[in-house]
Design a protein around this ligand. Structure first.
Ligand code: TXA
Ligand code: MG
Length: 334
């Protein structure tokens, strides 16, 4: 694990060119990067993560002009979104070009592309001299890593290098939207919100998988959505209601080893031990803290976790989406 700096970035570039995966910081979560044009390097990413073979990777670029070679068509709406939200936490799915190996897209005819705003991420892409295929740098099934220490906890002994550049600003993964069909569809909510997207390009659909569990056997538009993601070891249940109702529910149902996943501004009023994820009225503070809080609950050996429900407005939709998955969709409304 090396701190971000000139030497570390140069070494990362060398390892990436030599076909080795490297964990890199981004503004959303840490990614496990590999040369997107090298199928063997990409395979090593799947192996290190224990990632299912049918879950495609996002290709990261450090300049919009690199996109042309990756796609067979750069739709007008994608150009508008690129102009408005890149570099930043937005991933766009477009028809892929021949240059993208099947190992990256798992055989799909589309490719997911993101231009991160994080300075170190961009410097590493430049240093490698190729676009980088990078999923989140967690072991498959754990919460995405928002610090280099989280990456080390999951990947120690499995990869050659982690570049440490502190905690991630956003804390949840990028917004994913597909522009490969007639109407754009939001597949995964993130820091770029549905409102911002539709203000830029008009009507968008929101995939039903964002807030509800897919019926058994249904094929999701984004393969990643079918997996029980972001799963802590504890049994998490989202309890929606005002503070008094929440507290009395938690008191009635709690046993030894149970915790509350609550808000910083309420932490003195809960009846159980608490781990906080941001303040109740600030969704960005919640997104920044959520995955770290889930890992902390596991470190403490939490058995059951009663979670305060985030408000689903703006970035809050991304927070609720991740928390629902952590809770395997257990959501009680009081
Ligand atoms: O913020 C992020 O997006 C982070 C950082 C590292 O950039 N990356 C990330 O990657 O979250 P990952 O692999 O954990 O999530 C990528 C999601 C998955 O749900 C995957 O199924 C979906 O994007 N995806 C990738 N390519 C796709 C495609 N061609 N069509 C549909 N979904 C796709
Ligand atoms: Mg992931």
């Amino acid at each position: 694990m090396l701190s971000a700096g000139e030497g570390a970035i140069k070494l990362a570039g060398e390892l990436l060119r030599a076909g080795q995966p490297v964990a890199i910081p981004t503004e959303t979560v840490y990614g496990l990067a590999a040369n997107a044009f090298d199928p063997d390097a990409v395979k090593k990413v799947f192996e290190a993560k224990g990632r299912p073979q049918d879950n495609p990777l996002i290709v990261h670029v450090s300049d919009v002009c690199q996109v042309e070679q990756l796609v067979s068509c750069f739709p007008e709406k994608a150009r508008i979104l690129a102009e408005k939200f890149w570099p930043g936490p937005l991933t766009m799915i477009m028809p892929k070009s021949e240059k993208i190996p099947d190992a990256v897209t798992c055989g799909l005819d589309t490719v997911a592309i993101r231009f991160p705003s994080h300075e170190t991420a961009r410097a590493i892409i430049d240093s490698a001299g190729v676009p980088l295929a990078a999923p989140s740098a967690n072991r498959s099934g754990s919460p995405s890593p928002t610090t280099a220490q989280h990456v080390l906890d999951d990947m120690d002994g499995r990869i050659a290098l982690i570049i440490d550049d502190g905690s991630c600003d956003v804390g949840v993964e990028s917004t994913v939207i597909t522009l490969a069909g007639e109407i754009p569809v939001l597949l995964r909510p993130g820091a770029v919100t549905p409102k911002q997207l539709s203000e830029a390009i008009g009507e968008i659909e929101i995939s039903p998988a964002v807030l509800s569990q897919l019926p058994e056997g249904e094929r999701p538009a984004s393969p990643g959505m079918k997996y029980k993601h972001y799963a802590p070891k504890a049994q998490v249940v989202i309890v929606e209601g005002d503070l008094d109702a929440f507290n009395s529910y938690a008191s009635r149902n709690a046993a030894e080893g149970d915790y509350i996943l609550g808000f910083e501004n309420e932490k003195d009023s809960y009846p159980l031990p608490v781990v906080t994820y941001g303040t109740g009225d600030d969704p960005l503070s919640q997104s920044r803290r959520l995955f770290d809080a889930l890992r902390e609950l596991d470190d403490k050996g939490a058995v059951n976790v009663f979670a305060r429900c985030p408000d689903a407005e703006g970035v809050g939709l991304a927070v609720l989406n991740r928390l629902l998955r952590a809770a395997a969709f257990k959501h009680i409304k009081l």
